[in-house]
Design a protein around this ligand. Structure first.
Ligand code: SAM
Ligand code: SF4
Length: 357
């Protein structure tokens, strides 16, 4: 007797599409991950291009993604609408260097109309002038974070591999202040043997320019894969170096999702210090972030090996609920922690400039 083979009625799963999340992923009007964390903060990268090649970020021979793979401004806005539907109320535009993105004003205009509580942007500051900062502010940008890894001209040249100097960032600070952007933060990645002798100078920079200076531990996210644990200057070392020159007082951590340990100057001088100890004091348990790359990949974690491709859905003109559902499913796969330092840790395939910092 012969038996008919059963007809299997399931299609192989598309590896670019996340498995469906349970209904509890969306509760109380908020998006949650499988570890109980609320996701409320979207980092949207709008380009992987950059006019710098910072030594801790981008290899000199780094290759960009083909232009056709990058999302259009309407697609970025569709991502933002989907995220907004899930209760995500903070958005940061980043890259690569987002000021190189030609549709930045259009994007900010669109985001302004979506009613995000907080719209911020991270930039190396090289191209920012007063007119630009004012336009952004009128479109709803609230906060600006800049990057400056040395207060010395020749060091900025070496680190960025360009002829940039601190003067560009100082100009951007002035422009941002005139446009009412507040707070203004300045990031520095501190590396042993490169700029760790300037830690207290960064504190002086914060005082002189009345900005929040944020000192960051170098993470294994450079595209050249040159990261070396020995080169990481720890939060403890950074604090000690500042306190040799200025007494600090901790600032109340009102935001439980804040990534920085924040300090004010004990003598009441303007400016603040934030230490971002991503390597030695991981804050993964409080992480509220979702990342979408310039080519439309949803990355639940900076260190994800898995990323979920939203672009086909966007290019099929997926509806807002479809986009929201895709994001919710993707975020349910968010890993508990980055695992730097754990046995078998492998950095992600993409570097920081291609993920969005
Ligand atoms: N180009 C802009 C800039 O430099 O501000 C925005 C993108 S950049 C990737 C965002 C932030 O990531 C910068 O402040 C940069 O210093 C930081 N960053 C880049 N690579 C890093 C790494 N390997 N470890 C820690 N921070 C890094
Ligand atoms: Fe460009 Fe920013 Fe990376 Fe420097 S840190 S190479 S400015 S993306």
């Amino acid at each position: 007797m012969t038996h008919a083979l059963p007809i299997l009625n399931h299609q192989p799963r598309d590896p670019r599409v996340p498995p469906p999340a349970p209904a509890e992923a969306r509760r109380a009007g908020r998006l949650h991950d499988a570890h109980g964390r609320v996701i409320r903060d979207l980092r949207l990268s709008v380009t992987d291009r950059c006019n710098y090649r910072c030594v801790y970020c981008m290899d000199p021979d780094h290759r960009y993604m083909p232009k056709r793979d990058l999302l259009t401004v309407d697609e970025y806005l569709a991502v933002a609408r989907g995220a907004r539907d899930l209760g995500i109320d903070k958005i940061r535009i980043t890259g690569g260097e987002p000021t190189l993105y030609p549709d930045l004003d259009v994007l900010l205009e669109g985001l302004g109309a979506l009613g995000f509580e907080d719209v911020a942007l991270t930039s190396n500051g090289s191209l920012i002038d007063e007119a630009m900062a004012r336009r952004w502010s009128e479109r709803g940008l609230r906060r600006l974070t800049l990057s400056l890894d040395s207060v010395r001209d020749e060091r900025v040249n070496e680190i960025t591999r360009t002829n940039a100097t601190p003067a560009g960032v100082i100009r951007a600070i002035t422009a941002a202040r005139a446009a009412g952007l507040d707070p203004i933060k300045v990031n520095a990645v501190v590396m042993r043997g490169r700029n760790d002798d300037e830690i207290a100078d960064f504190a002086d920079f914060a005082r002189t320019h009345a900005i929040d200076m944020r000192l960051i531990e170098w993470m294994p996210l450079d595209s050249g894969r040159t990261w070396d644990r020995e080169v990481v200057v720890t939060a403890t070392e950074m604090l000690a170096a500042i306190e040799r020159r200025h007494a600090l007082v901790p600032v109340d951590r009102t935001d439980p999702h804040a990534t920085a340990l924040n300090f004010a100057f004990a003598d009441g001088a303007p400016g603040r210090i934030g230490i971002i100890a991503s390597v030695t004091r991981a804050f993964c348990g409080a992480c509220s972030r979702l990342r979408v790359t310039a080519d439309g990949k949803v990355r639940p974690c900076l260190f994800s090996h898995e990323e979920w491709d939203l672009k086909p859905l966007l290019r099929r003109s997926g509806t807002e609920p479809d986009v929201a559902a895709f994001i919710a499913d993707a975020m349910w796969t968010k890993q508990a922690g980055h695992g730097i330092g754990a046995d078998g840790f492998e950095p992600p395939e993409r570097g920081m400039s291609a993920i969005g910092g």
